[in-house]
Write a protein that binds this ligand. Structure first.
Ligand code: C2E
Ligand code: CA
Ligand code: CA
Length: 505
């Protein structure tokens, strides 16, 4: 009996493992398809004749920067790439495509890379083409080397990319219905996308799984690297529910699954709380909390980020005035994505939020990432309008993205947030250890404020103070807090300031 149970458990574990792997792979392929679709859509706004001129190249660079899955994008005529983010205006003849998917996307497998070494896959939607890395990176563990993986066209029953271990022949899975198969000494999961002409499979030898306790856990850690996705059961659930990730986000928004937290921003000199950054959280009904680092990029790639931003503002609306009543110069700092900044309706949205929440404009900061400034002209116009309305603008994650220090002088911003990457390297020997100091100096010269993010130690705080940073944020001071905890903090500070001890009832 015990042996039967153990055997049953092992089988379940194997099934779960291959299903998760195939699900991750499918999620990745769907994400790529989604970004291809979004990119092609944006390119349509550029007149055909200008696709390889400045306007087109600019748009392509922007698309490329905002796509996590596409390594490069370009413009095609026939089978020839006329211009791209990776080849400039040099033409590259791709030859006839290896396949055309049911949605009409053309696919070229085995495109040689520019250096002649790495192989790429090219995928085109109309005359918009994207290249993606063809190689599935070699696995980190021996166990995973026994995995066979593949992505295929369901309609054409043809493999687009795969890595076989020699144990299972990959191509045959492209013609099978979705399901779990146990045959020829291996267990295979075949999954199909509900939105795209994409399927994925993963095969693992059964004999070894039987002897490998905990393979699912071990494997998944390596796999998160293997398929380049944040480790989250979220992706697997999305696959099981046969819902696309953007679909799940929409559903979660309707279902009230999003919450906000506040991470205090501290005045380094006096130690007072000057403001707080609003950070969104997604709690699924089963209790799983999905990190914004996982879903924000998905939401951005899929064009649903504006819905998330609207939800954050909606959640903030009823309570934010209370914070300012406690401390008149307190500000809330809200994250806006590139799509938000580029959306023509943004100024109206912010003004409506201010009116409804009774928050004075001076108490609102908008954090825009560097990616929002790739289209500097357009961003500039929006930022100016927001500043005219009295809102403060901060550049988020400064130093990590596209921007150079040079363009900062031209932009209308009030403050930069120095990414925690540079804070962590403070006082170390690393190549980036001097970056924070340079950013701080330059900001001072330009009369722009600075906030150091991700301060985790007293030593970092000390160094930052010596460098002249005025405000800090990080786990050394506070983790993101719920509203009640933040209110308590402000009340305490107010009481202390008034010279009276904090009253607790
Ligand atoms: P971010 O804007 O750079 O936000 C700061 C992130 O660093 C937060 O992670 C925060 O919890 C974390 N953090 C704070 N102090 C420390 C520290 O001392 N050490 C370390 N290692 N981390 C620290 P979180 O909340 O997971 O957010 C991750 C990212 O997701 C944010 O990075 C932001 O880019 C995005 N995000 C979060 N909320 C929103 C939102 O409402 N809208 C948009 N568009 N993006 C959001
Ligand atoms: Ca931020
Ligand atoms: Ca940041």
């Amino acid at each position: 009996m015990a042996i039967m149970l153990a055997r049953h458990e092992a089988i379940q574990r194997e099934d779960q493992f291959v299903r998760q792997v195939a699900g991750l792979l499918l999620a990745r392929a769907e994400g790529t398809a989604e970004q291809l679709r979004a990119g092609a859509q944006r390119m349509r706004h550029v007149p055909s004749a200008e696709r390889c001129a400045d306007a087109g190249m600019d748009t392509m660079r922007r698309i490329n920067l905002s796509s996590t899955m596409l390594q490069g994008v370009g413009h095609l005529s026939g089978n020839v790439i006329r211009c791209s983010t990776f080849s400039g205006t040099r033409s590259i003849d791709l030859g006839p495509p290896s396949m055309t998917s049911a949605l009409g996307n053309r696919i070229w497998s085995d495109v040689p890379g520019l250096d002649g070494e790495e192989k790429f896959i090219a995928v085109a939607r109309g005359d918009f083409v994207a290249i993606i890395h063809a190689a599935v990176p070699p696995s980190l563990t021996e166990q995973l080397q026994q995995l066979s993986l593949g992505v295929f066209s369901v309609a054409r029953q043809q493999v687009v990319l795969e890595r076989t271990s020699g144990l299972a022949s990959g191509s045959s899975w492209a013609s099978r219905p979705a399901g779990i198969y146990r045959e020829a000494g291996s267990v295979t999961a075949v999954v199909h996308s509900s939105r795209y002409d994409i399927g994925a499979y993963a095969s693992f030898p059964t004999a070894s799984g039987w002897r490998l306790p905990g393979v699912a856990m071990l494997g998944l850690v390596a796999l998160s690297l293997l398929v380049g996705l944040a480790l989250s059961t979220f992706f697997v659930k999305a696959m099981r529910a046969r819902t696309s990730m953007p679909g799940l986000i929409r559903w979660g928004l309707r279902n009230g699954e999003f919450k906000i937290l506040f991470q205090p921003i501290i005045d380094l000199a006096g130690g007072a709380t000057t403001g707080a950054e609003v950070l969104v959280r997604w709690e699924r009904p089963d209790g799983e909390v999905i990190s914004p680092e996982t879903f924000i990029p998905v939401a951005e790639g899929a064009g649903v980020i504006r819905l998330v931003t609207a939800e954050v503002l909606r959640l903030l609306e009823p309570d934010v005035r209370r914070l300012v009543d406690l401390k008149p110069d307190f500000y809330v700092s809200v994250n806006f994505s590139a799509d938000d900044i580029h959306w023509p309706g943004i100024v109206g949205q912010v003004e409506r939020f201010l009116a409804r929440s009774h928050l004075p404009a001076a108490n609102l900061v908008i954090e825009a990432t560097e990616r929002s400034f790739v289209d500097a002209e357009r961003a500039q116009a929006t930022l100016r309008a927001l500043r005219t309305a009295g809102v403060t603008i901060a550049i988020d994650d400064f130093g990590t993205g596209y921007s150079s220090l040079a363009y900062l002088a031209r932009l209308s911003v009030d403050c930069i947030k120095i990414d925690r990457l540079f804070i962590q390297s403070l006082g170390t020997e690393s190549a980036t250890s001097q970056v924070a100091a340079r950013i701080i100096d330059m900001a001072r010269d330009l009369g722009i404020g600075t906030i150091a993010e991700g301060v985790e130690t007293a030593e970092q705080a000390r160094l930052l103070q010596a460098l002249g940073v005025s405000r800090v944020q990080g786990y050394f001071y506070d983790e993101p807090l719920g509203l009640a905890a933040l209110v308590a903090r402000l009340e305490e500070e107010r009481a202390a300031e008034a010279g009276a001890p904090a009253v607790t009832v």
